[in-house]
Ligand binder design. Sequence first.
Ligand SMILES: NC(=O)c1ccc[n+]([C@@H]2O[C@H](COP(=O)([O-])OP(=O)(O)OC[C@H]3O[C@@H](n4cnc5c(N)ncnc54)[C@H](O)[C@@H]3O)[C@@H](O)[C@H]2O)c1
Length: 322
Amino acid sequence: MRRIKIGIIGTGYIGNVHARIHSANSDAEVSALFDIVPEKAEKAASSVGGKVCTSREELFEHSDAVLVCTPNKTHVEIALDALDHEKHVFCEKPFAIGIGDAEKLRSAADASGRIFQVGHNRRFAPVYETLQELVAGDSPHSAHIKMNRGELLNPAWTGDVNVTGGFLYETTIHLFDMMRFQFGEIDELVAYGSTHEYPEPDEFSIIFRFKNGFHCTFASSSDASWLFPFERIEVFCHHRTILTEEMERLLDSKGHDPNFETHSFHMFEKEERWGYVQEDKAFIDSILNGTDPPVTATDGFKSVELVESVYRAIESGDRVRF
Ligand SMILES: NC(=O)c1ccc[n+]([C@@H]2O[C@H](COP(=O)([O-])OP(=O)(O)OC[C@H]3O[C@@H](n4cnc5c(N)ncnc54)[C@H](O)[C@@H]3O)[C@@H](O)[C@H]2O)c1
């Protein structure tokens, strides 16, 4: 069977993660790499192979599928260019910055006839797959969700709102997508935000109501330290709490007596524990089988819509209805 030729644009941290994973997949090969800092593409190529290209145009000539692994503000322009060149696209999160650009990219992806997958890796993490199975077998009432960071310093651009689009686009968006994945579509939200360490709103308290009646509180801080677990979902059901701790562990407590069962995921390598291996395999399988990708352009669009709605709710002081 033919191998899918992968071109990677942006060979920094996450570009290298995907490069290593695809180079180990017998259905794929890293065939081309491009970075505006050529030494970065050369360094990646020295470990995974592939042609170091001097332009995007040259990279397109050597690829069937393109991974967009550059900083946030560049995603839409690069992804549109790749679709114009009739390539399958894997676009890192965030899908876009702003509703206008998100609509433009969704329309282009839908009209392209190509596979377009968004890098919401956590959907594939074993901890969140397990949470989904347990939630599906119960009737959850409400949840408390937390998505924090210790700093916006690394990489350096993560503190620059002109590059990220804002903290919600850079970090919180991971669990905005996760909420939809676990609990369904959102009906209404109220939000409060404030500015402390960085020149942008960096601390958020939000309440979401879902179309199915489920509701949750959501806290997100950019400077809360990296205290474990920086990311957590607590789901409350009938005499039951299910709680996740980053991608490491899930605790399940049931009944009237104090007790809990632990599901531990520490035995997985990080790239599998965080879902990167599975999302990259799913992308290749969708191309080979001609099936819809598991995280679509519409999913990417909806996570952008949630980010924009929270910023709008904070600015206006009004609740936002969908
Ligand atoms: N899904 C996840 O868990 C996850 C994790 C980390 C990063 N990300 C996302 O991936 C993207 C990249 O993040 P990173 O941490 O790898 O950043 P990074 O700074 O380590 O790497 C980005 C690379 O892109 C290059 N670059 C910048 N503009 C470019 C352009 N126009 N054309 C070609 N190359 C360009 C830079 O030189 C750099 O090598 C971001 O959007 C980030 O939000 C996702």
